[in-house]
Design a protein around this ligand. Structure first.
Ligand SMILES: COc1nc2nc(N)nc(N)c2nc1C
Length: 307
């Protein structure tokens, strides 16, 4: 019986990965739902085989009476901002005066909630909000309901990844339609809806909000053979994480500006809100050479769209 339950757990976790990370399901929803119902029943009958890495945790259920504070191993920094081309070129000049010629990676800045995910021996063990950058809130049970977050990795690695949890636009519209029918207050925007959902003490409510996530950085790169941000993102893909595919590696600030112009025009076509573009020096050693101010990396800047 243990074998049957374990293989069902692995099979459903793989189906979640295909659907929510690859956006390429190999079975119809009806098949997934049938198998999940079967697993829920089997785990109810044999609770000794339930575990935090079983896909049944996605539906939530545990109700906390409060969130426990958790200190980040390394601070979750904020980004310096640039609001126009002149400030972008000033950033580029500072970088090149210090580090010479560099490549940049341009990434969409998702308008969601920054979160940190900790894995030990390939198992998702803790998730936290950014909080004040030094101390956040432990929202592990709610983050386990985000189907795009792998509960186990393909390799037994231990590290921390950071990214942005968000609510897709179509989920936001559906949620507010449902709240209108129930005469409940509406959420102002997907970012508030995502933050509100992840602050639910009852994870069943978070599970119903169809949140997703894009991961964008790894802490302590040890064990990850990545020399650049672009390679680190590809390594995250290979480990089963969802990263944003619209990123682009460029060789000059002019190409950065072209990328920004493109998304200034086309961001309405995305199924999620973005509030800017993050530009990062690609080479990780050069990032360390440029270092940090007290609050932000000197090797990155966030271009913010006009409000
Ligand atoms: C390296 O630090 C960061 N990188 C980021 N990357 C993306 N794509 N989006 C962010 N919001 C972001 N925020 C921070 C602090």
């Amino acid at each position: 019986m243990e074998e049957k339950i374990k293989s069902l757990q692995e099979r459903l976790n793989r189906y979640n990965y295909e659907y929510h990370v690859l956006d390429a399901p190999t079975v119809p929803d009806s098949e997934f739902d049938k198998l999940l119902r079967e697993l829920i029943e089997l785990e109810a009958e044999y609770p000794e085989y339930k575990s935090d890495t079983s896909p049944t945790v996605r539906v939530g259920g545990e109700i906390l009476d409060r969130f426990v504070k958790v200190a980040h191993d390394t601070p979750m920094l904020s980004l310096g901002n640039a609001f126009n081309e002149e400030e972008l070129r000033a950033f580029d000049k500072r970088v090149r005066d210090n580090a010479g010629e560099v490549e940049y990676v341009c990434e969409l800045k998702i308008d969601g909630l920054a979160v940190s995910l900790k894995y030990v021996d390939g198992v998702f063990v803790q998730g936290a909000t950014r909080g004040d950058g030094t101390v956040g809130e432990n929202i592990t049970t709610n983050l386990r309901t985000i189907r795009a977050i792998p509960l186990t990795l393909k390799e037994p690695m231990s590290f921390e990844v950071r990214g942005e949890a968000y609510m897709p636009k179509h989920s936001f519209q559906r949620l507010n339609e449902a709240r209108t029918e129930k005469g409940e207050a509406l959420f102002q925007n997907p970012r508030n809806a995502a933050a509100g959902s992840l602050r639910q003490l009852n994870s069943r409510l978070a599970a119903e909000r169809h949140l997703s996530i894009f991961l964008y950085s790894v802490n302590n790169f040890t064990g990850l053979d990545a020399g650049t941000q672009d390679e680190a993102l590809r390594a995250l893909d290979d480990l089963g994480f969802k990263t944003n595919k619209e990123r682009r590696k460029v060789g000059s600030i002019d190409e950065v500006i072209d990328y920004i112009d493109h998304w200034t025009t086309h961001r309405a076509e995305l199924d999620y809100d973005i509030d800017g573009i993050v530009i990062k020096v690609n080479d990780l050693e050069t990032q360390e050479q440029l270092g940090y101010t007290v609050r932000s990396p000197r090797w990155a800047v966030a271009y913010k769209f006009p409000a």
